[in-house]
Structure formats: structure tokens, C-alpha cells
Write a protein that binds this ligand. Sequence first.
Ligand SMILES: [Zn+2]
Length: 283
Amino acid sequence: MSCPVCGAELEPARAFAAAGLECCTACGLHVSAVEDDAGAGRATYADDRYLAARSAVQWHEVQRRHEARVRLRWMRRWLAQGELFEVGAAAGWFLDEAARSGYRVRGVEPSPRLSDHARRVAGRDVATGYAEDIATVPSADAACLWHVLEHGAQPVTLLRAAAAQLRPGGLVFVEVPNIASPAAQRMGSRWSSLEAGFHLVHFTPGALRAGLERAGLVVLRIESVPAATYLRPVAWADPRRVLGALRAAWRARAAFRTHPWRGELLRAVAQRPAPVAGKPAAG
Ligand SMILES: [Zn+2]
């Protein structure tokens, strides 16, 4: 088997030997052993097996909305308004928060139950299915993939499908776990983000860059952030704990800074190239 991102050879990943991971000798992508082809992985979502295994996370509305608002604050630096297309829209809470803050939104989600929720409860335009299969309407100003890319065996194909929904010059926002982080390397096969059976590929900053570039995108930024970026400040509910929370936040302030690779989560912004001015667009 060769690397699904760059085609180079794979070798056993030493830090993750017990989990049977292989690592690309060129781009650094880590690959989980999969018994079947991509078709089997897809059924996991279409028949709601993933939802059954991770329902506590999927239905945690308060936490999911909080994460959405943190991501929207970050995205605003690149795109303050326009149309967002989300790949893997889950229950629709990110799109709902985005719509409430002024974006036009649409998305796609393979889980029948989650996509139904996104339409009926969150009231958002979410198709049931895979991004690779639905009709492409190249109108979006940005495509968002929050913890989606690691679930498929062919990340470049998925990125191309996301980019096909963009107008020329549109942006792709991605977040995935960072297997190059000291936390992942220290935990090895016990690292919680390995999610055996669900996460099929695992990214380092170099592998994410290689994947985006193979999909024909121009990388604008890759950075890492700590998982604590998405903690909810629950302490605010209790006034007696406010001072303690302020002190803790001050001590932890370094943990909220971005770093090229040390944080547990990787985020990237990439762009679908716009046609060169003065020349007609190809095709
Ligand atoms: Zn590779």
C-alpha cells in the first residue's frame, strides 16, 4: 500500500506500533490499517454506526455551538460574510451558528439521522449523502471541514469535492487532530484521537499541506492550537469561581496561542486558485 496523499512508500510508525499505524516516508501522513476499501468506511456513516458509537459527542448541543462560535471567530479574519458550504454538517449546529452570524449556509452530511436533524430542527439546507456524490454548485465563498478529513481513506478526493463547491478564489477551512503534537507522540497508541475504526488517516502539518496542494489548492496558513481552545468557560456560572477561573486563564494563556505544530489540533486555510486576470477561465 502507498500513501493516499502523495503516493510515496509507507513504513511502520514507531510511536504507534501497537495500533498498527503506518507512516508516509515523504509527507508524514499516518494511515490506519483498514480491512476493506473505502466503501466499507462509507457505510459506517450512512447506516449511523458512527452516530451510535459517538452519540454523546454528536448530540452535545451546548458544546457543539460553543465550538462553532470559536471557529467562526477564527474564520472571520479571512471571510466576514458570504456563503459557507460545510462537509460533514452533523446535526447542523455549526451552520446554524454561522447563519445567525450573517453567513448564507448549506451543507452535506451522510448520516440520515443527523442530516434530518440539521434540516428539521436547525432549519438548515443540508443534503443527505457524501460530498463526492452530490451535485456541485460552485457558488460558495468557503468550504468547511471540521474533523471530517481523517474519517475517509481518500482525503485528496474529499478535498477536491469540497473545492468543487467553491467559486474561484473561494477558501477551504480545515481542522483535524495533529498526530505530530507532543501529546499524540507521548500517548502513542493510547492517543484518544486515533479513534480506531473511524479515523483512517492522521495528519501532521506536512501531510495536511501535501493533501491540500494535491487537491489543487493554495495553502494560505497551517497552524496548530491546543484542544483547550474549545473548552467552555462553565466557571462563569458561579461568581465565587470567577476569580479562580481568571487566574487559571492567565496561567494557561500560553496554551491558547497558536504554534506551527505543538498543539493537538491542526487548522488550515487554503484557496481555490482564481483565474489569472485578463485570461478566460479554462473549461
Ligand atoms: Zn505521503
